[in-house]
Design a protein around this ligand. Sequence first.
Ligand SMILES: Cc1cc2nc3c(=O)[nH]c(=O)nc-3n(C[C@H](O)[C@H](O)[C@H](O)COP(=O)(O)OP(=O)(O)OC[C@H]3O[C@@H](n4cnc5c(N)ncnc54)[C@H](O)[C@@H]3O)c2cc1C
Length: 267
Amino acid sequence: MKSFTYHKPATIADAVALLSISDTGSPLAGGMTLLPTMKQRLASPETIVDLSGIVALRGIRLEGDALVIGAMTRHADVAASDLVAAKLPGLARLAARIGDQQVRHRGTIGGSVANNDPAADYPSAILALDAEIITDRRRIAADDFFLGMFETALEPGEIITGFRIPIPEMSAYSKFGNPASRYALAGVFVAKTASGIRVAVTGAGSSVFRPADIENALGASFTPEALDRISIDATSLLSDIHADREYRAHLVMVMAKRAVALALKIA
Ligand SMILES: Cc1cc2nc3c(=O)[nH]c(=O)nc-3n(C[C@H](O)[C@H](O)[C@H](O)COP(=O)(O)OP(=O)(O)OC[C@H]3O[C@@H](n4cnc5c(N)ncnc54)[C@H](O)[C@@H]3O)c2cc1C
């Protein structure tokens, strides 16, 4: 690991100012991805700005018809939140199934979404729920945020401060996880909202995506059976030692049906 300067500011403004000093500054959340990446020398930031001292970045609250979750809120806190369980049980279920206990007590929703790992769980919820990503300088619609593998609309030095997640009529998440890491081989988040059905798939492609055929079929009939005649094109899916693209395509359909059944409480 190369040497770096470490800062632990108490305010968002100070964090942004510190990040602007260096071209290679990095915010640090729980370090679950950033620290192993630095140890492997895949990343060598000159400045590390630890966000854990910024109280304003933590917590979960109801704001009108939406949940607002701070970027530094840990997976374990989302999983254990009575508010999330009552308003967005699909999100509580998702958070409870990330990694293991150690990862859930260090990893944060902001770190997960900023990192945009193709197999991460949260991006599917953020996209399916049509959430807004709130940063120190703007609000970004989920449809405009996830640009590709480990790539987002965040600018250098931009910090995610939280998420505004509209509460849907129904939602649920189902994933088939890698047995070792629990990262998704395929995970599907379905949401029935006032403006229609939104579905997002993680783990299967190079980045989270919305499958139009599945959304259209569920828009006509929000039942698992509506997906009986749908299949997903495997051509552009990921293929690796864990699962080939045809298997992932199959898993997506199975997870989609399970998610709908969970949302309808028939599973
Ligand atoms: C063994 C293991 C198993 C895992 N299993 C799963 C799993 O099953 N499902 C899953 O979804 N994930 C899984 N993860 C990922 C984990 O849950 C974390 O979400 C992820 O590693 C990000 O960690 P972090 O929040 O500590 O962010 P960090 O590692 O601190 O940061 C990650 C990246 O995001 C940037 N960043 C962090 N916070 C912000 C912010 N607020 N604004 C802008 N940029 C920011 C950092 O600069 C860095 O580039 C696993 C990780 C491990 C180590």
